[in-house]
Design a protein around this ligand. Structure first.
Ligand SMILES: Cc1cc2nc3c(=O)[nH]c(=O)nc-3n(C[C@H](O)[C@H](O)[C@H](O)COP(=O)(O)OP(=O)(O)OC[C@H]3O[C@@H](n4cnc5c(N)ncnc54)[C@H](O)[C@@H]3O)c2cc1C
Ligand code: FES
Length: 279
């Protein structure tokens, strides 16, 4: 874990609500894994007082072994993200990372293996962010068929889907209003995909998005006995394991059958079966 003043290379507006931030952070980029996040100090004053966590979208530059840049994709939702969107190239921001455990990648398979295994990535809204870095790893180094299922509100959010197409993943989109892809929920797409997937060898799902979506995915995958890793984007305060502000309940063999873990330290990636979802 490093704390550095990272120079902003770009902070580009993609749509009125979404921004793409690239910072020079060689120490963090070198060790970053998909599913990990960085904690950004938005301003040097007290507003906002707390750092803000953002998943690592990509590391770069592309096709270069020595990675030095961290890319984020963020949505403006409040004061912190609004201030962040006004930062200019050349300014520096204080960041801590890489934080959290990251996704556990499936075991390496030989490229020429006859039957490829299927992996499904499921993202809801801005929850697609950690899945792009994961998809890049899965597509570059491993022999899997990677399907990406993305749930967004409407066509205006299709920016969240575009970089997956470029990776040759099989991308399917569900929108609430049917303006692009199929009308409905991303979990409906998952149910359909599993019907097809069972005949080949589907063996893993990875998801990130709203907790109701993750809870439903946990239910579906448990029923079909498919391993599922979920990324919980819980509210955080310190982001480094000190305040217990992000604690969630997971199952435990010891009395009373559950324990609390810190999303920022033991997570944000958990086995979906282990999480005790809110009733
Ligand atoms: C591990 C992790 C990774 C994240 N990755 C990304 C990312 O890649 N891109 C991105 O845009 N956002 C991401 N987030 C969410 C991001 O941290 C918040 O949107 C940001 O902190 C909001 O700050 P703000 O000051 O603009 O808004 P605030 O004033 O703090 O909040 C504005 C609104 O957003 C809601 N909100 C704030 N934080 C969260 C949260 N964690 N979950 C759900 N609702 C929230 C609040 O309830 C409020 O309604 C991530 C969060 C976590 C914990
Ligand atoms: S946010 Fe402080 S322990 Fe996780």
């Amino acid at each position: 874990m490093y704390q550095i003043k990272a120079k902003i290379i770009a902070n580009k507006k993609i749509t009125s609500q979404y921004y793409n931030l690239v910072v020079d952070a060689p120490q963090i980029a070198k060790f970053a894994k998909p599913g990990q996040f960085i904690n950004v100090q938005i301003s040097e004053g007290y507003e906002p007082f707390l750092r803000k966590p953002f998943s690592i979208y990509r590391i770069g530059p592309p096709k270069v072994k020595q990675k030095s840049k961290i890319e984020l994709l963020y949505k403006i939702v409040g004061k912190g993200t609004n201030i962040l969107s006004q930062k200019k190239s050349g300014e520096c921001i204080d960041i801590i990372g890489p934080l959290g455990n990251g996704f556990i990648l499936p075991p390496e398979r030989k490229k020429n293996q006859k039957q490829k295994s299927g992996i499904i990535l499921i993202g809801g809204g801005i929850g697609v962010v950690p899945l792009l870095f994961l998809a890049e790893c899965l597509m570059n180094f491993r022999s899997f068929v990677v399907s990406v299922l993305i749930g967004i509100k409407n066509k205006k959010e299709s920016l969240l889907t575009c970089n997956f197409d470029k990776l040759n993943c099989q991308v399917k989109i569900a929108t609430e209003d049917g303006s692009i892809g199929s009308k409905g929920l991303v979990t409906d797409l998952l149910k359909e995909e599993l019907k097809v997937g069972r005949s080949s060898s589907l063996f893993m799902t990875y998801s990130c998005g709203p907790s109701l979506m993750l809870k439903e995915i946990a239910k579906i995958t448990e029923k079909d006995k498919i391993p599922a890793q979920v990324c919980l984007e819980e509210y955080m305060a310190c982001g480094i394991g000190s305040c217990l502000g992000c604690a969630v309940k997971i199952k435990s063999e010891d009395f009373p059958g559950f324990k609390y873990v810190r999303v920022c330290k033991e997570g944000p990636i958990f086995d979906a079966k282990q999480v005790i979802w809110d009733e």
